[in-house]
Design a protein around this ligand. Structure first.
Ligand code: RB5
Length: 144
């Protein structure tokens, strides 16, 4: 799978640890920045990653800021982006099963590397449920 990854300074350290982890799973990772821990603005990187995914240049995206909140908000401004903030195993699972999330948001200051890696594993391994109600709701999201 082609996976794009991006963060602001709050997610930078986690991003740098996750890149080799995701590559080790056999995926091709594109790092869209930020490229250092200097303060920057999460909307830039949320938009960049969401546009990379929705344009078809990557299959999925992983975005991080301090909490994952701001960057998920930014990513979801792009039409076709379905960015889910993960804060538990169940949220990571349902992000795929119910919401068909094409981007996952994580909190660099709120999430351990071990949890982040596990939530990415769960998100990638879980298939979309495909039930009529979920298909309908995802279509409604994509129409917004
Ligand atoms: C930056 O300090 C912080 O506000 C940002 O990384 C993020 O947590 C916003 O949602």
């Amino acid at each position: 799978m082609r996976i794009a990854i991006a963060s602001d300074h709050g997610g930078y350290d986690l991003k740098e640890r996750l890149i080799p982890y995701i590559e080790g799973l056999g995926h091709a990772v594109t790092d869209l920045g930020t490229n250092n821990p200097d303060p920057t603005d999460y909307p830039i990187f949320g938009q960049k990653c969401a546009e990379y995914v929705t344009s078809g240049e990557a299959d999925r995206g992983v975005v991080m800021c301090g909490t994952g909140i701001g960057i998920s908000m930014a990513a979801n401004k792009t039409k076709g982006a379905r960015c889910a903030l993960a804060a538990s195993d169940e949220m990571a699972r349902l992000a795929s099963a119910h919401n068909k999330a094409n981007l996952l948001a994580l909190g660099g200051r709120t999430t351990s590397f071990e949890n982040a890696a596990r939530w990415i594993d769960i998100w990638l391994a879980t298939s979309f449920d495909g039930g009529e109600r979920h298909v309908r709701r995802v279509a409604m999201l994509d129409g917004m």
